[in-house]
Design a protein around this ligand. Structure first.
Ligand SMILES: [Zn+2]
Length: 123
């Protein structure tokens, strides 16, 4: 008999990967708007401190030419990059994390419009 839920230990990395895959699949099928709550409360660049825990990117406000490829990149786990409105550093945003990247690295990913933070809701 299967273990009851209360006996279940914290999910294994494999179980987390399965949950992540399921979540991505659902979002991709529905072309859901990327919005995210990260564990880290601020910009990932050292010494910045710009609040950046929860983000609703509002990609629909930028038109389909921006929206469509970025939504696709979000749900296929490529993610996209944008500059911090405070320190100007490039940040790579994905479903699971946000991380500081160099301009060279940023050039390899789909990029948010320059004014992304003016339209996005960032908390
Ligand atoms: Zn910053």
């Amino acid at each position: 008999m299967a273990k009851t839920f209360s006996d279940a230990p914290t999910p294994t990395p494999e179980e987390l990967d399965q949950m992540h895959a399921l979540y991505r699949q659902g979002g991709q099928e529905r072309q859901m708007a990327p919005h995210i709550v990260y564990a880290e409360p601020t910009c990932p660049h050292a010494g910045c401190g710009e609040p950046m825990q929860a983000i609703d990117f509002r990609l629909e406000d930028h038109g389909r030419a921006v929206h469509d490829p970025l939504v696709r990149a979000w749900w296929n786990d490529t993610g996209f990059v944008g500059r911090c409105p405070h320190c100007g550093g490039w940040i790579h945003f994905t479903i699971r994390s946000k991380r500081a990247v160099t301009a060279d690295e940023a050039a390899r990913y789909p990029q948010l419009p320059e004014d992304w933070h003016a339209k996005a809701t960032i908390l």
